[in-house]
Design a binder for this molecule. Structure first.
Ligand code: NAG
Ligand code: NAG
Ligand code: NAG
Length: 267
């Protein structure tokens, strides 16, 4: 049984007698490659009005008919070895394989994004999403880990989705009850990677702790501002008193009056 993982289907020629209510004839040549591009099968199909009536298969090196006319044609074509199309395996399929295989076999690493789908109201249950984008070829293995142990419960995933441009994307979800200090990771295996990639979830700061931190920072800054302005006040004052003797007397005077004013206030 052949694995036709990569089908390069090339339209060799098509003869069309096409009009409204006309007839349609088509010849389709295909090369079927195994994933490693070693085993190849050449197929040529003849269609009349979309129905395949004759097929050449290089593996059996024979024609097969699918209608009464096709069966008769196959029988006569099989009688003469000159009719076989085996040489296409080399001239056509191997030729295109050598020319394009570097594109076909390219491996592209996934871009991985790990994010939370949880809002405050969902707690205590949290949901994480691990997304893989733009990788090639199809075939990733993604597992969730808690402290390095594989998690089976609460896991759900999408199919591997084709982007339509040879790239794929994949998403997997984990629903779990978060505990402080735990290590939840998403582990990605893909043939483009020499070793698994591990993305560890870094939970955001809890809201109550964040508020305490903000209040703390506010008072810290307030303290610094007061301390600095106190120092400045002290420095300015001591500068004044040393540079100008006459002024200092005046300021002493005003200070005493202020003290008096404050004392009366306190009473
Ligand atoms: C060609 O023949 C082989 C051997 O019988 C068979 O396995 C394969 O499916 C055939 N391919 C097609 C496209 O019919
Ligand atoms: C979390 O676990 C992963 C997988 O076991 C490990 O690679 C990572 O270093 C751990 N991180 C922390 C912060 O412990
Ligand atoms: C993914 O896992 C499957 C089954 O466990 C395995 O056959 C396949 O080789 C793995 N693929 C990668 C890329 O590790």
């Amino acid at each position: 049984m052949k694995l036709c993982a990569l089908n390069l289907c090339l339209l060799l020629a098509s003869f069309t007698f096409k009009a409204v209510d006309g007839y349609y004839k088509q010849i389709l040549s295909q090369c079927h490659y195994t994933r490693d591009l070693v085993n190849i099968e050449f197929i040529q199909s003849l269609y009349f009005n979309m129905a395949e009536y004759l097929r050449y298969n290089s593996t059996t090196d024979r024609y097969t008919g699918f209608t009464v006319y096709g069966a008769r044609l196959a029988e006569s074509l099989n009688l003469n070895p000159k009719n076989n199309l085996y040489s296409n395996l080399d001239n056509f399929c191997r030729f295109y394989r050598d020319r394009y295989s570097s594109n076909v076999l390219k491996k592209v690493k996934p871009d991985v994004v790990l994010r939370s789908l949880t809002s405050e109201s969902d707690l205590p249950v949290a949901k994480l999403m691990c997304s893989l984008y733009d990788y090639h070829p199809k075939g990733v293995n993604v597992t969730w880990l808690r402290h390095g142990m594989v998690l089976k419960e609460g896991v759900s995933s999408t199919e591997e989705l084709s982007d339509g441009d040879w790239y794929y994307q994949f998403h997997t979800f984990l629903e779990y009850t978060p505990r402080p200090g735990e290590n939840i990771s998403c582990m990605v295996k893909h043939e483009s990677l020499t070793q698994p990639l591990i993305y560890t979830w870094d939970p955001p700061f809890p809201v109550d702790k964040r508020n305490k931190l903000i209040i703390g920072i506010f008072f810290l800054i307030l303290g610094i501002v007061l301390a600095v302005s106190g120092c400045l006040y002290y420095l300015l004052r001591s500068k004044k008193s040393t540079t100008s003797e006459t002024n200092s007397e005046a300021s002493n005077l005003s200070e005493t009056t202020m003290h008096v004013y404050m004392n009366t206030n306190n009473k």
